[in-house]
Design a protein around this ligand. Structure first.
Ligand code: AMP
Length: 331
């Protein structure tokens, strides 16, 4: 059994893309590996949220992951800032992280461009904090998207550098974990190829959306005037609707509309109506759980405490051993 570590951004509500692209896999993974899932709230400080927003965002993410099916009794689900050992390892790793390599990191350059009035040291050392998150549990598998590959490479660099410096094999090398072949990308409702939380109004369906909102968003999804030739290839926006249908509707429903499309008899209004119904049927139980768990502060605090306890046990062991390797020995 390998140790899997995944960070979860502490902003934004979950949408169908997050569910089918990531969480569904997490739910499966938690039974097959030793999983640590954490909400990255230290990381979020690079953008200076207000205390109220910070807390609210962390709570919402915790609630939605629990509602979606992460089992806190099976996986270790914790909030990053509840594990101060992460901050200590981050400090120690910072001593062997070099300015040049951090400045060359494409995500740093990107973010520095986007928030040019707030290029703080936390932004520069973001990959070091991420390395600390991974190395603190000596994880070997990290489910990440393509955009995180460079950060993971840096985590390997920092771990190997530490090993070389102290002449041991303490940190194993973490590698990207891509869930195998069935990696899917859920497209947006606005004709774009990806559903995303910051893509603008009408792009994403959130798990917490109420039925009316879902219906409105789907009925407004981009379509065209319909096919004019039999079996003609689908334009992107139409392909998108079919792709979303593929994950929430039955095969019969999908076949029905495929046939209608191929014979040029499709009425997009009918298809969207059906899709809205199926999305609502899919999200309704999740939404119900989100509302229920969100109102249960006692349960949430129990989950957070349990996660922190389990994560700290593993983190404290690593930090203790790292301190000894470095030479911080008790007298
Ligand atoms: P993000 O919302 O960008 O922080 O992504 C969180 C996780 O959800 C990552 O593992 C992403 O790869 C995944 N994800 C985000 N959007 C989509 C999408 N439209 N389709 C599939 N997976 C997605």
């Amino acid at each position: 059994m390998e140790t899997v570590l995944s960070g979860i951004r502490s902003t934004g509500n979950l949408h169908l893309g997050n569910y089918f692209g990531a969480i569904k896999n997490f739910i499966k993974m938690q039974h097959e590996h030793r999983c640590y899932f954490f909400i990255a709230d230290y990381h979020s400080l690079t953008t200076h949220p207000t205390p109220e927003d910070l807390h609210q965002n962390v709570k919402q993410v915790l609630v939605e992951y629990l509602a979606a099916g992460i089992d806190p009794e099976v996986a270790t689900l914790y909030i990053q800032s509840d594990v101060p050992e992460v901050a200590e390892l981050y400090l120690l790793l910072n001593m062997n992280a070099y300015m040049g390599e951090l400045e060359r990191c494409t995500t740093f350059k990107d973010k520095a461009r986007k928030q040019s009035d707030n290029i703080n040291a936390g932004l520069l050392t973001y990959p070091v904090l991420m390395a600390a998150d991974i190395l603190i549990h000596r994880a070997t598998k990290v489910p990440v998207g393509k955009d995180q590959e460079q950060h993971l490479e840096m985590a390997r660099t920092f771990g190997k550098r530490f090993n070389r410096m102290y002449n041991n094999e303490y940190f194993p090398e973490p590698y990207a974990f891509n869930f195998g072949v069935d990696l899917i990308k859920i497209p947006g409702l606005d004709g774009s190829t990806k559903m995303g939380k910051s893509e603008g109004e009408g792009n994403a369906v959130f798990l917490a959306d109420d039925p009316k909102t879902i219906q409105k968003k789907i009925m407004r999804a981009v379509t065209d005037s319909g096919p004019t030739e039999k079996n003609q290839p689908k334009p992107q926006a139409i392909e998108n609707i079919f792709n979303i249908m593929q994950v929430v509707s039955t095969q019969d429903t999908l076949n029905y509309f495929e046939d209608k499309y191929n014979s040029c008899e499709i009425r997009y209004g009918d298809m969207k109506k059906q899709l809205a119904e199926d999305v609502i049927a899919f999200t309704a139980p999740l939404r119900e759980k989100i509302l229920e768990i969100g109102a249960d502060d006692v349960y949430l605090s129990k989950v957070a405490r349990m996660g922190a306890e389990k994560a700290r046990e593993s983190a404290a062991k690593t930090v203790k051993e790292v301190r000894e390797i470095i030479g911080f020995k008790p007298f």
